[in-house]
Design a protein around this ligand. Structure first.
Ligand SMILES: O=C(O)CCC(=O)C(=O)O
Length: 281
């Protein structure tokens, strides 16, 4: 995609294919600050925990890392999303996913957690990801892979099990079909600082890292048009975000102020549901 792509064409691509790319959204200083946070998180993580998530690489949540607030609240990204027409966006969590040299490919999965919500069967994504890669990526060091269109269309992968279970994270079965290639898949190589915006309902994965350096992505989960989601969905996002980021200092929370969910209704939080029903065809 080139720089003369307009917000409207990006939005159309997000709706049609499930993703779009926005170039040069994080500058060198923000990238370096985020890389320092990643190094700290990787130094602190229990190696036994890393062994349990061999397929993705590190899966370190933002709970204890308020240093990520600048990236999550990055005004350049928020401005571009606004220009695309994505409004009333609320934050759920961010994850540090660092694939070490030699790290294997990731399995195909989709991350929508609210398939009971009518929004999951509409053109308006109930949940989107913002992926910032901290290194330039290509197939050799584990770039992102996507199956465009699968956010709105049933695929054979929908019947192959849920994402992020212990077994698939540990690669108990290297022949699991979720590690295979599928017709229509594309590679999404990017430059550090570019932003991939994607629909959480779309199947995605990554290539193995065959380079001698680690490859890290910060995945940030947002919910656009928050108040248009069903109340139990809003309640769950609110509850999760506030509980998991309870230790963040005010200064960090202030950097993501408009993104903080503020559900004030009475509905109990939804139960997570990763499986689409018959409404997905
Ligand atoms: O590691 C990657 O490139 C993809 C990360 C991913 O699949 C996710 O954050 O859900």
């Amino acid at each position: 995609m080139t720089n003369n792509v307009t917000p409207a064409t990006r939005m159309a691509q997000l709706e049609r294919e499930g993703y779009c790319l926005i170039e040069k959204v994080a500058g060198e200083s923000l990238l370096n600050q985020t890389r320092a946070c990643v190094d700290k998180a990787l130094a602190e993580v229990d190696p036994e925990r890393l062994a349990k998530t061999k397929a993705p690489g590190s899966l370190i949540d933002s709970d204890e890392y308020p240093e990520l607030a600048d990236l999550i609240g990055n005004p350049r990204a928020l401005c571009e999303l606004d220009r695309m027409g994505l409004r009333d966006i609320k934050f759920w969590k961010a994850v540090i996913i660092s694939k070490p040299p030699g790290g294997p490919r990731l399995y195909w999965h989709q991350d929508c957690l609210m398939w009971q919500d009518a929004r999951a069967y509409s053109d308006r994504p109930p949940m989107i990801f913002l992926m910032y890669y901290l290194e330039d990526t290509e197939r050799r060091n584990g770039c992102l892979r996507l199956l465009p269109g699968t956010h709105r269309r049933r695929h054979i992968l929908h019947g192959m099990g849920e994402a992020h279970t212990r077994e698939i994270n540990r690669i108990d079965n290297p022949d699991d079909p979720r590690f295979r290639d599928y017709p229509g898949e594309i590679d999404v190589p990017v430059k550090a600082g570019d932003l991939v915006v994607g629909d959480a309902r779309m199947f995605h994965s990554s290539h193995a890292n065959r380079s001698s350096d680690k490859r890290t992505v910060i995945t940030i989960w947002f919910h656009p048009f928050f108040t248009d989601l069903q109340e139990p969905t809003q309640s769950w996002i609110h509850d999760f975000m506030h509980r998991r980021h309870a230790n963040w200092p005010q200064e960090a929370l202030a950097k993501i102020g408009p993104l903080i969910p503020d559900y004030r209704g009475e509905a109990a939080p939804m139960l997570q549901n990763r499986v689409p029903d018959e409404r997905l065809r």
